[in-house]
Design a protein around this ligand. Structure first.
Ligand SMILES: [Mn+2]
Length: 262
């Protein structure tokens, strides 16, 4: 796990810089035994590495993140990146693309995140998937917030978008998602893809998101039928008095690890 406590452009609730440390704290509330997989996933070895930013300058920090991800992939590691704001995916995806040219990206999010720039910066969290979408197939699920200026990019070119209000049957959605992905997949998970009743602690919540078991059913199908080579979990903005968000985030990560090992 590569902890990336970087936050600069979070829109509504601040606090994504606290996401990585709180996800680790939340994991203390998990059983080490995974009740679905009937195994103790941690025995495979989970290493935790933190790469704190020296400031709030994305142009300075992102190359360091990118280099670190490259180094870890070069050592044969599977990297789970934990943010921090979602713009960090602009640094964590490219090393995977270099290594796996047939990579496609499953993008789980409430927001399309396809703006080329926002508020004067290409590193804004609203631009998280724009660079990747110019290079590789991006398959979007959970989307229920699209800006007028990015609407022409949604579902165009290499981007396949399943708008949440049109795809509420998870079995049917799963089939379509699998048809859209290549064999090698990177998962970019913005926790606001979940319904706020599941993960309330995010920077920019939107109503009407994925419920817990629907999400697991979709992701289980992807992990079991594709080679998932990298994961990021972004935008955890924890509350001071409610641990449900970090518990859900850490449980999702642990479950993904278990599936990927199975
Ligand atoms: Mn989002």
């Amino acid at each position: 796990m590569l902890l990336l406590p970087f936050e600069k452009t979070t829109s509504h609730r601040k606090g994504t810089r606290l996401g990585p440390s709180r996800l680790i704290e939340g994991s203390l509330g998990l059983e080490l035994f995974d009740e679905e997989l009937q195994r103790q996933t941690y025995k495979a070895g989970i290493h935790t590495l933190s790469l704190p930013p020296s400031g709030r300058n994305a142009a300075g920090y992102f190359p360091k993140v990118r280099a670190e991800v490259s180094r870890l992939l070069g050592k044969g590691k599977t990297v789970f990146s934990v943010g921090g704001e979602h713009s960090l995916s602009q640094a964590t995806i490219p090393p995977h693309l270099e290594r796996w040219p047939d990579l496609s990206i499953l993008h789980f999010d409430a927001h399309a995140d396809l703006r080329p720039t926002h508020e004067g910066s290409p590193f804004n969290h609203a631009c998280a998937l724009y660079p990747a979408s110019r290079q590789a197939p991006v398959v979007q699920v959970g989307i229920r917030s699209v800006a007028e200026e990015e609407a022409h990019l949604v579902g165009a070119g290499k981007v396949t978008t399943f708008l949440m209000h049109e795809h509420r049957d998870i079995r049917a959605l799963t089939k379509k998602v699998l048809r859209s992905l290549t064999n090698t997949v990177y998962l970019s998970i913005d926790l606001d893809g979940f319904d706020p009743s599941v993960v309330p602690g995010v920077g920019t919540p939107q109503p009407g998101g994925f419920l817990w078991h629907d999400t697991l059913d979709l992701l289980r199908s992807v992990v079991s039928s594709r080679k998932v080579v990298g994961v990021d979990i972004m935008e955890l903005a924890p509350f001071s008095d409610d641990v449900s968000s970090e518990l859900a985030a850490s449980k999702l990560m642990y479950r993904l690890m278990g599936w990927m090992l199975a």
